[in-house]
Design a protein around this ligand. Structure first.
Ligand code: NAD
Length: 267
């Protein structure tokens, strides 16, 4: 869907983790359409990645680089910005969007699952922010957007690591906003409710199996009942919010947790 918001981003480079799927991929498309060169990090088959690179490049004329650093490995997360800088010269916009989910009650939640989720959803963002910082500071301009969740503000059954990681990234966002304020660097968290990406599709499918219901019936009764709008949030809506945060008009919007959630957190 075209959200009809335009922001001149020519001359800027955006690094988007989780940029090969779902919310991150749509953000890459939207930022490229508005003039930014793009570096995406994430997984996918060689064919899928090539299709993403050529389709964004062909429709926008922007440069699109791809990295496949495994962000569950702190060393690889720490190297990502340096590797992006080596190819793209700058990282003006950093979108920490990569995320994973693990649904399990606390008694059976394994150390491995906890450590992996915290590494991807939280520690990797710390590593990328710290590495992107010196360049943003030197240029006196930076935009950092962390994709949190409505679960940065409340909890949900069987999601201990995810909820902890999203509360954590909101705390990190506020801290970075304070440190960035005198430097022209903003840092915000976006808090979507349900968006029908592969991450959520898996959860709906698992629940449908458990309940013995169709995908649609499960989505309606077990997921969309959380949303007063009774529909999934679209990736384009989240990307449009990110685009606004990248604009100069948003230079005083920093340290915010912005819900894109159809009023689900206010009831
Ligand atoms: P998605 O599954 O479509 O995309 C996840 C991305 O993260 C992919 O590009 C994947 O390759 C990348 N990724 C996963 N593990 C990785 C790893 N170890 N190393 C490097 N990259 C890795 O998911 P999505 O729904 O687009 O989620 C994006 C972000 O939005 C996540 O942080 C998620 O928590 C958040 N979010 C999603 C929803 C939703 O309903 N979909 C709601 C709130 C918040």
């Amino acid at each position: 869907m075209n959200m009809d918001v335009t922001v001149p981003l020519h001359g800027k480079v955006a690094l988007i983790t989780g940029g090969t799927s779902g919310i991150g991929l749509e953000t890459a498309r939207v930022l490229a359409r508005n003039g930014a060169d793009i570096a995406i990090n994430g997984f996918g088959s060689a064919d899928e990645i090539e299709e993403i690179r050529t389709s964004i490049g062909a429709t926008t004329g922007r440069r699109v680089e791809h990295f496949a650093h495994d962000l569950s490995d702190y060393g690889q997360a720490s190297r990502l910005v340096a590797d992006a800088l080596a190819k793209c010269e700058a990282v003006d916009i950093l979108v920490n969007c990569a995320g994973v989910q693990h649904v399990c009650d606390i008694e059976r939640f394994s150390d491995d699952a906890w450590n992996r989720l915290i590494a991807v959803n939280l520690s990797a963002a710390f590593a990328t922010i710290r590495s992107a910082w010196p360049g943003m500071k030197t240029r006196g301009w930076g935009r950092i957007i962390n994709v949190a969740s409505t679960l940065a503000m409340r909890a949900e059954n069987q999601k201990s690591a995810y909820v902890a990681s999203k509360h954590g990234i909101l705390g990190l966002t506020r801290e970075i906003a304070l440190e960035g304020a005198p430097l022209g660097i903003t840092c915000n968290a976006i808090c979507p409710s349900w968006v029908l990406t592969p991450l959520v599709r898996q959860q709906v499918e698992a629940k449908a199996k458990e309940l013995g219901l169709s995908f649609e019936e499960t989505a309606r009764t077990a997921f969309l009942r959380d949303l007063p709008t009774r529909r999934f949030v679209e990736t384009a809506e989240v990307a449009a919010t990110m685009l606004f945060l990248c604009s100069n008009a948003a230079k005083s919007v920093t340290g915010a947790a912005i819900p894109v959630d159809g009023a689900s957190t206010v009831r």
